[in-house]
Design a protein. Structure first.
Length: 260
């Protein structure tokens, strides 16, 4: 991860101007994007710059809101993750405030409780850099024709009428496109393929369980296997599509090291 961090820090110096700068970092689950974002913010602060991080996960709707979405649109929206399960309106307002140099409170999401944390992180403006990271940050909608064939058992069995995936795709083309338009530059941490993501995501869950204890809301390895099927379509699309427009693509091996 140090090599990735060095590469991003080097190009960031050439990208930044005098106004608050929003750097998008995209990467599959477990790819190290949060570690990179936090490491980059720490380096910038050590140089006297004002820096902060925000994950798109911190914009998740509450469990109750996602339950209602699942009742109104499709049951799969009760599970957090895909476009449609974030508060994009709040995210757009927040990024606009940061771009204007205002003081803000960055929201935080408690994954162990599966709900927003009761308190966010106050940040004094103006920021020099906000690192906005997430598994689908900067993603673009697919062509409608690409949605027809199910990509896994979850889609085939639970979304045979394409209601869920079409709603996700429409959200990407509208509200999420508006949110991601606030990003100044985009970095992609490109996994070698979706097949490594399950192991990366299981490791994440084990780390979470170690932090919160057995009483927290964590998933078994089998549950992770089902859970990541929610992410599979868009993750594969990002790995194919985003290298064509990301400002920097860092290709990773299975151990998250940079490939030559």
């Amino acid at each position: 991860m140090t090599a990735s961090l060095d590469a991003v820090e080097q190009v960031l110096d050439g990208w930044r101007g005098d106004r608050p700068f929003i750097l998008g970092v995209c990467g599959a689950q477990g790819s190290g994007k949060s570690t990179l974002a936090e490491g980059l913010a720490a380096r910038l602060k050590a140089r006297g710059l004002r820096a902060a991080t925000l994950s798109i996960d911190d914009l998740y709707l509450s469990r109750a809101e996602r339950t209602r979405l699942g009742q109104v649109v499709h049951p799969l929206f009760a599970t957090r993750g895909v476009p449609g399960t974030h508060d994009t309106e709040a995210g757009i307002h927040l990024l606009d405030q940061i771009r204007e140099g205002r003081d803000v409170v960055l929201p935080r999401f408690d994954k162990a409780r599966d709900d927003p944390a009761p308190a966010g992180t106050p940040v004094e403006g103006p920021l020099d850099v906000l690192v906005f990271e997430g598994w689908c940050v900067g993603a673009r909608a697919q062509d409608d024709a690409a949605l027809t064939a199910p990509i896994n058992a979850l889609e085939a069995e639970r979304d045979p009428d394409l209601v869920w995936r079409r709603f996700v795709n429409l959200a990407l083309a509208t509200d999420y496109a508006e949110l991601f338009a606030r990003i100044d530059r985009l970095v992609l941490l490109a996994a070698p393929g979706f097949e490594v993501v399950r192991g990366w995501r299981i490791q994440q869950e084990h780390d979470l369980r170690a932090r919160v204890g057995e009483g927290g809301r964590t998933m078994t390895d089998a549950e992770i296997g089902t859970f990541i099927q929610h992410y599979e379509r868009l993750t594969r699309h990002i790995l194919s599509d985003m290298p064509t427009y990301a400002d920097l693509t860092l290709r990773l091996d299975a151990r998250r090291g940079l490939t030559p």
